[in-house]
Design a protein around this ligand. Structure first.
Ligand SMILES: C[S@@+](CC[C@H](N)C(=O)[O-])C[C@H]1O[C@@H](n2cnc3c(N)ncnc32)[C@H](O)[C@@H]1O
Length: 201
């Protein structure tokens, strides 16, 4: 089994065991607010999980592409979309395999607890993929989490630091917005920060 198949199976097992400690059970409050502030366009949700945000953005008129390598996650998003009567493109794929097909495709990429699922050695590649799938001027809208964890504590979720994030999204990016969201859910207050990066490439 390759390293990547192994990762996908580890996440799929969490769905099969219903061990979904990260799932909010509904759309993310800060993303609901942002969806009212940005113009509808092509939006990609990486590591989309059960898809609550995918459904929310689709209802607001965005063309949503929901990406996850766990079959159960994609099945859940498709079921939610049917129930909500919205059209969403779902792709069961390792996000590291999105290139070159999805090069230069999206106006927005939504990041929430996908980055912290990515082992540290793959994070430069993650930044490369995200920048490549965004159009020039496109935005990476990220809730960066968990900021209170150390590498020694292991993962997933693997530690995320603002220094690391800002250094990965440095060359060819500029920060459009950075704030501690007042709308963070209480267990994540002060442990996640909203940073919106604009792709200058
Ligand atoms: C902690 S969950 C978060 C799910 C969702 N973003 C949320 O906040 O509810 C991480 C998700 O990322 C997916 N994932 C992790 N690495 C991935 C990769 N390399 N390619 C695609 N999906 C990935 C997992 O299958 C899982 O659904």
């Amino acid at each position: 089994m390759s390293y990547k198949e192994d990762q996908a199976q580890i996440w799929e097992a969490k769905y099969l065991e219903d061990s979904l400690g990260w799932d909010l059970g509904g759309p993310t409050p800060i993303f609901c607010q942002i969806s009212e502030e940005i113009s509808p366009g092509e939006i990609c949700i990486v590591g989309c999980g059960l898809g609550h945000d995918a459904i929310m953005f689709a209802k607001k008129g965005f063309h949503v592409t929901a990406v996850d390598f766990a079959p159960s996650a994609i099945k859940a998003v498709n079921e939610l979309a049917t129930k909500a009567n919205v059209k969403i493109d779902t792709i069961q794929i390792d996000l590291f395999s999105m290139l070159p097909e999805y090069n230069n495709t999206f106006d927005y990429v939504i990041e929430q607890t996908c980055f912290c699922a990515i082992p540290l050695i793959q994070r430069e590649d993650y930044a490369h993929v995200v920048q490549s799938i965004l159009k020039p001027g496109g935005q990476l809208i990220g809730l960066w989490f968990p900021l209170d964890k150390t590498i020694e504590e292991g993962g997933p979720p693997w530690a995320t630091s603002l220094e690391e994030v800002k250094s990965l999204f440095n060359s060819g990016w500029e920060i459009e917005k950075e704030e501690w969201p007042t709308l963070s859910i209480s267990p994540r207050k002060d442990r996640e920060k909203l940073i919106i990066f604009k792709n200058l490439n």
